[in-house]
Design a protein around this ligand. Sequence first.
Ligand code: C2E
Ligand code: CA
Ligand code: CA
Length: 598
Amino acid sequence: MSYKQSNNHQESDILIVDDTPGNLHLLSRILRKKGYQVREAIDGKTALEEVNNKLPDLILLDIMMPDIDGYTVCNQLKSDPNTAEVPIIFLSALDDIFDKVKAFESGGVDYISKPFQFQEVLIRVKNQLTLRRTQQQLQILNTQLEARVEQRTKELEIANSKLRDMAFRDELTNLPNRALFLERLADGIDIKQQYPNYQFVVLLLDCDRFKMINESLGHSVGDQLLVAISKRLKSLLKPEDTLARLGGDEFAIMVNKIEDMAEAKTIAQKVIDSFSHPFVLPNQEVFINVSIGISLSHLDYQKPEHILRDADTAMYRAKDLGKGQYHIFDPSMHHHVSEKLQLENDLRRAITNNEFLVYYQPIIHLKTGKIAGFEALIRWQHPTKKLIPPVLFIPIAEETGLINAIGYLVLKSACEQFRSWQENKLINDSMFISVNVSARQFANMELSQQIQQILEATKLDPHCLKLEITESAIMDNPKTAVAILEGFKSQNVRLSIDDFGTGYSSLSYLHNFQVDTLKIDKSFVQRMDNNGSSCGLVPVIVNIAKTMKMGVIAEGVETPEQLSLLRSLECEFAQGYLFSPPLPESSLLDLISGNLTW
Ligand code: C2E
Ligand code: CA
Ligand code: CA
C-alpha cells in the first residue's frame, strides 16, 4: 500500500509549530505517513523564520508557547501580505484557556483540540489544503481572466479607433470625409455662437466634366486624378484648414478664422488658378476645371448641413454661369431652389398635358436669299404664366431626365407639322427641318428608335430631318458618341454641330464623325461688326466647313452689316432676327406664303 494518498499531498508543505516535542513528532509522523512534506518548528520565532524561508501550504500552530504565543505568530503572519494567505489551524490542549472567537479573529481557519484524534487531524488538514488549492486556482484563473480582459480591451480600443478612422476618412485620398467635415463645421458653428465675431468659410468644389475623364480615360486614371487634385488643394491651404472629399469629384474646404469675404474670394481664385496647370499623372497630363460654391458662416446657421447645402446651391449657380468659376451664396438663392422644384413639378404636368409649342425660325440660303429650312424651337405655354422660353426649363429638364419625354414631343410635332406642309405643297421638297437634341437625350439609347418610329409614322424622308447636337453633347459621351452618330447616319438623318466654337473646338473629332453642317454660334456672328476688319473666328469656321465639305450656318444674324459680311465670306446659310424670329406655325405659314427674298 502506498503511503501517499495523492500527488497533491506530495506537493503540500505543512509547517507544524509546537513547543512540546512529543506532539511535534507524533503529528509529523502521521502526516508524513500520509504523504505530506512536513517541517517542524519548536517555537514561534523558528516558525516565523521557517515561513520566511519558504511559504508552507498550511500551518498547524500551537497556541500556548513560551516567548511568542500562537496568536502573536498568527497576527504577524496575517499582517504581512506575503504570508497572509497561508491558512493556519490552531492546536489547543483541552486544559488551555482556549478562546475560539479570538482564534478566528486573529485569522485562523480552524482548530484542533489535543490530545489529537488522528482521523480528525487528517480530515481537517485535508479540507484546508483543498480549500487553499481551490483558492489558489481561483486566483490564477482570476489573474488570467484579468489579463485577458485587459488584452481584449486593448484590442477593442485599437479596433474602435481604426473604425473611427475609417468612418471619418476617405479611403482613396486619405482626406477627411463628409462625416468628419460635418463635425468640423459643427465645431465651427459652436464657436461662432460663443464668439460672434469669429468667421469661417466653406468652399464646395466640383470638378467640371469629371465624368468624361472617367469614361474616356478609365476609372483608375480618374482615381489618380482625384489623388493629384487632393494633393494640389492641400498645398494651397493652411494646416488648420480642413480639406475633405465629400464623394465622387466633390471636395470641400473649411477655412478657419477668416477676416472677410474678400479673403474667401482670394482663396477661391487661388484654387481656380491652380487648376490652370495640368495634373501630371503616371501616363498622361490631364486638364480639368473646378466650379466653386462659397458660403460664409452666419449666426443663423444651426446645422452644418445647412452651410453645406448653401455652398452646394452656390456651386450649381457657378456651373450654370459657365463652369471654372466661383460663386458666393446669397440667401435669395433659397428662393431660386424652391422655384426650381416647383418648375420641375410643373414640367412633369406639362408633359402629361403637352403644354409645349413648337416655334420655327427660317434658315436662309445666302446665295438665293430664300428659305432653305427651319429650326424647331420649343416654348412652354404654362397655364398661368406667360410663354416660357427654353433657357428657363431645358436645363432643369436635362437635370431631371424629363428632357427625353420633352425631346420626343418636339421631334414628333416638328416632323408631323413639317410633313403636313410638304403634303400641302406649302414648302418645296429640298427644305429641311432642324431639331435640337440635348446631351442627355443624345446619350439615350431610345432616341434612335423614337426617330425611326416618327419617320415611319409621318412618312417623312429622313434626309429632310437634321439633328442639332452641341459639341459638348458629343464630348460628354466619348465612348458612345461614334456609335450613336453612325446610327443616325445609317438612318439617313442629317447632323449639325450646334453652337460651334463655344465648346471644345477640338477639330480632331470632326474627322471621326460624318457631320453635315456646322452652326457658328451667334456670339461669334455678333462680334463680327464690332471690328469690321477682322471677323474673328467666323471666316475660320467657314473655311473649315468648306475644306471638310460641310454646310455652314451662321446663327443670330441681326444686322444688314453682319449679313453682307457673311455673304462676302461665302457663308452658305444664315439664321436670325434680321430674317425672322422663331414663329408659331400660323405666322410662319404667312411668312412662307410671302415668298420673300433677303
Ligand atoms: P439654340 O439651339 O442655339 O437656338 C438658337 C437660339 O437663338 C434660339 O433661342 C433663338 O430664338 C435664338 N435666336 C435666333 N435668332 C437670333 C438672333 O438674331 N439674335 C439672338 N440674340 N438670338 C437669336 P431659344 O428659342 O430661346 O432657344 C434657346 C436654346 O434652347 C436653344 O439654343 C437650344 O439650345 C435650346 N432649345 C430650344 N428648343 C429646344 C428643343 O426642342 N430641344 C432641346 N433639347 N433644346 C432646345
Ligand atoms: Ca440649335
Ligand atoms: Ca445655337
